[in-house]
Design a protein around this ligand. Structure first.
Ligand code: MUC
Length: 92
């Protein structure tokens, strides 16, 4: 099952720089492990924003929910999820 996910990150202005850097490093490792597994095949930066659009390819709503809840930046994100179905005009 494929999903389009929008993640909008809002770190608190008062968060110490070292703490922010540590969470971002954890997030990067978590994300890259999932990318290598094939569950997170695409991630794109939104130009001019601390936000991304990502494609997830997972087995279920519950699996995606668990992955998103496990994001180290999850407490600081607004997330929207769009479930995707195959388009009838897709030639693949
Ligand atoms: O930078 C972001 O868009 C937030 C987050 C998602 C993956 C990652 O490494 O950081």
């Amino acid at each position: 099952m494929k999903y389009l996910v929008h993640m909008d990150v809002n770190l608190p202005a008062g968060m110490p720089a070292e703490e922010a850097a540590e969470i971002k490093a954890q997030e990067k490792a978590y994300s890259q492990e999932l990318q290598r597994s094939g569950k997170w095949p695409e991630i794109w930066r939104v130009v001019g924003e601390y936000a991304n659009y990502s494609i997830f390819d997972v087995e279920s709503n519950d699996e995606l929910h668990g992955i998103l809840q496990g994001l180290p930046l999850f407490p600081y994100m607004d997330i929207t999820v769009v479930p995707l179905a195959k388009h009838p005009s897709d030639v693949k």
